[in-house]
Design a protein around this ligand. Structure first.
Ligand code: THU
Length: 162
């Protein structure tokens, strides 16, 4: 018999950066500095992502664009792949993301694209421990999600390949 099931999740909304814990402020500040080094001459949309590893190391990444547009990569994947390449087996605790644009103010938290959600969820599934996500624009509030799985309901993972 068919039935309907609601899939929902909770987020924490902070009115501003100032409301974050000291640790999360540090991580978000790393995302902001990474954002300022983004290479985005085509979109003029600059994204920074910082990752807190379980060994307390912080990894930074930013979007890297290309004259052949699809060859570029989002900040989140630059950061998460760097972590995977250089710290294999070290768990990811939190990812902070900040976005800004050249021609307008990004005052709403910028959410990761679908490809980045999938890429981050690969690591979350592998480590079997939720990765916290903090989202911020250039100004305005911050959204905190408890897990990437929340942002990618009914997601695909390696269990299907077994
Ligand atoms: N971008 C990111 O870096 N992360 C996202 O989650 C969304 C989009 C980048 C890709 C491209 O360089 C620019 O933002 C505009 O899409």
């Amino acid at each position: 018999m068919a039935f309907q099931k609601k899939i929902s999740f909770d987020v924490t909304i902070y009115d501003s950066f100032d409301e974050l814990s000291e640790g999360d402020k540090l991580l978000m500040s790393a995302a902001v500095s990474a954002r300022k080094r983004a290479y985005a001459p085509y979109s003029n949309f600059f994204v920074g992502a910082s990752i807190l590893l379980e060994n307390d190391e912080i990894i930074e990444g930013n979007n890297q664009e290309n004259a052949s547009y699809p060859s570029g990569l989002c900040a989140e994947r630059v950061a998460v792949f760097y972590a995977g390449a250089n710290f294999p087996g070290v768990q990811i605790k939190t990812i902070a993301i900040s976005a800004a644009a050249l021609n307008h103010e990004v005052s709403e938290p910028a959410a990761p694209c679908g490809n980045c959600r999938q890429a981050i969820s690969e690591y979350e599934f592998k480590q079997a421990k939720p990765i916290k996500i903090l989202l911020m624009g250039e100004t305005g509030g911050v959204i905190e999600c408890d897990s990437v799985a929340d942002l990618l309901p009914l997601g695909f993972n390696s269990s299907y390949l077994e």
